[in-house]
Design a protein around this ligand. Structure first.
Ligand code: NAD
Ligand code: UGA
Length: 459
């Protein structure tokens, strides 16, 4: 079949995979190819067990793969054929040199730009899909213009706002799609091309077009604002625990103000995931580089508050278990950074486990989707870790349960059975406030929610 356009995506990860699968589904007349340097990942995308768990994704991949969606490692041919190239490689926090621990590590992204220059043989639109520091397109353009073969590249920014666990829904019905382009004739042509692509399924009113720098910066700001709400509510949760105010009542009361809104006000043991911390630190680094120290310090507090919340959770477990957890079994319910994903990147569970191991506890980890990743995260330090798919077994003979991920199935477990199997006194630390605390208390547990009065049987 003759396709109208060839789309290439470089990077077959959590963003590249689902995003391109949905484009392939909605634009059957476009040929969509996803390439990666990771051969194993591409093999998995071509198999019955795709490499990421995301509700609804399996079906879409099955429907489109081999028709107009292709996974490959053939970077050279992919680039040659493509009219539009999405760059969706990872941009983690730099771990070395200037800006280590703060700035984005752009080495994968830069390599991609050079590879495009090396293999391109006709004009192309290059789309920044990865989250990048503001003004990255400028550097991208410099590299692309270094080709003296007369090929024209137009760079546009199209950041991705999907959240893991709801990626398919977010892609099918996004709040908005953002496209940043230069306001030159070539830039506007590329912008129109992108608008046409998304217009296949997204109402025009939801497609926002801006200049390139606003688009790049909006992505960092959106993540910073979302994370800031979590740090704000978590900060107040600490105050609730001192005052008998109830964080759920506060979230509801405050979020009912239509100017504030109800979403993203769930207290937790802190936000995790591969992006919030990395993107805020990147924002902080950029502000510092422009000499805006107050701006940098303001946003850095969001990350510091998050670290505090994680520490506070573990300190509370240790304190309530009579100031020692040495040789005590503690069951973690959940290891993924949020429910409905197997992703554990920067999961608060990693911090909690490491701290508990430092205190010489035996940590028994249960999670419906993330145990394989947990094994990788804890490799070399997991002598006292048990990996147990069955939460009932994980809790057997444990002194305490810590709910770390808000998996739906933890709400409906038989907690009477669990209580009977545990050492007494039995403790439960609900790091997500998903359980029925009164009922647990009545069963016999000593219950420690986040930002609420504890329910204990002690005098
Ligand atoms: P990921 O690590 O899952 O995927 C990136 C992929 O790029 C990897 O498979 C890697 O092998 C591949 N890659 C790296 N260098 C390459 C090269 N030179 N050629 C070909 N492939 C290469 O990362 P991700 O979670 O998909 O994130 C990608 C970007 O999207 C990041 O900038 C991230 O901040 C952003 N983002 C992520 C999410 C999310 O939910 N994960 C949401 C929005 C935005
Ligand atoms: C987040 C953003 O929501 C996406 O818009 C963005 O595209 C993405 O980052 C990215 O750039 O990578 P994600 O990290 O997948 O998506 O998941 P979120 O739902 O935002 O949750 C992040 C963390 O915050 C999780 O650990 C979650 O449990 C926690 N959280 C979320 C809370 O503690 N409280 C809340 O009220 C909401």
């Amino acid at each position: 079949m003759e396709f109208k356009k060839n789309i290439l995506c470089i990077g077959a990860g959590y963003v590249g995979g689902p995003t391109m699968a949905v484009i392939a589904l909605k634009c059957p007349e476009y040929r969509v190819e996803i390439i990666d340097i990771d051969e194993e990942r591409i093999r998995q995308w071509n198999s019955d067990n795709i490499p990421i768990f995301e509700p609804g994704l399996d079906e879409i991949v099955k429907q489109t793969r081999g028709k107009n969606l292709f996974f490959s490692t053939d970077i050279k041919n992919g680039i040659k054929k493509a009219d539009i190239i999405f760059v969706s490689v990872n941009t983690p926090t730099k771990t070395f040199g200037e800006g280590a621990g703060m700035a984005s590590d752009l080495q994968h992204w830069e390599k991609t730009a050079h590879t495009i220059v090396d293999y391109a043989s006709n004009d192309k639109i290059i789309v920044e899909k990865s989250t990048l520091p503001v003004r990255t397109a400028e550097a991208m353009e410099r590299i692309l213009k270094s080709s003296n073969r007369g090929i024209k590249f137009e760079v546009v920014s199209n950041p991705e706002f999907l959240a893991e666990g709801s990626a398919v829904r977010d892609l099918l019905e996004p709040d908005r799609v953002l496209i940043g382009a230069h306001k030159t004739p070539e830039g506007l042509k590329a912008e129109k091309e992108m608008v046409d692509l998304y217009s296949h399924w997204i109402p025009r009113g939801k497609i926002i077009t801006t200049n390139l720098w606003s688009s790049e910066l909006s992505k960092l700001v959106a993540n910073a604002f979302l994370a800031q709400r979590i740090s704000s509510i978590n900060a107040i949760s600490a105050l609730c625990e001192k005052t008998d105010a109830d964080i759920s009542e506060i979230s509801y009361a405050v979020g009912s103000d239509s100017r504030i809104g109800p979403k993203f006000l769930n207290p937790s043991i802190g936000f995790g995931g591969s992006c919030f911390k990395k993107d805020i630190l990147n924002l902080v680094y950029i502000a510092q580089n422009y000499g805006l120290l107050e701006v940098a310090n303001y946003w850095e507090m969001v990350v510091k508050m998050n670290e505090y919340q994680k520490q506070r959770f573990v300190q509370r477990i240790v304190k309530e278990l009579f100031n020692t957890v040495a040789e005590k079994k503690i069951a973690l319910f959940g290891f993924a950074f949020k429910a409905n994903t197997g992703d554990t990147r920067d999961s608060p569970a990693i911090h909690v486990t490491k701290q508990l191991l430092e205190e010489r506890a035996i940590v028994s980890i249960s999670d419906p989707k993330a145990l394989n990743n947990a094994r990788i995260d804890l490799k070399g330090i997991d002598r006292d870790v048990l990996y147990e798919p069955d939460p009932y077994k994980a809790a057997e003979k444990a002194c305490a349960i810590a709910v770390v991920t808000e998996w739906e199935e933890y709400k409906t477990l038989d907690y009477e059975r669990i209580y009977r199997s545990m050492k007494k006194p039995a403790f439960i630390f609900d790091g997500r406030n998903i359980l029925d605390h009164k009922k647990l208390y009545e069963i016999g547990f000593n219950v420690y929610p986040i930002g609420k009065t504890q329910l204990t049987h002690f005098e």
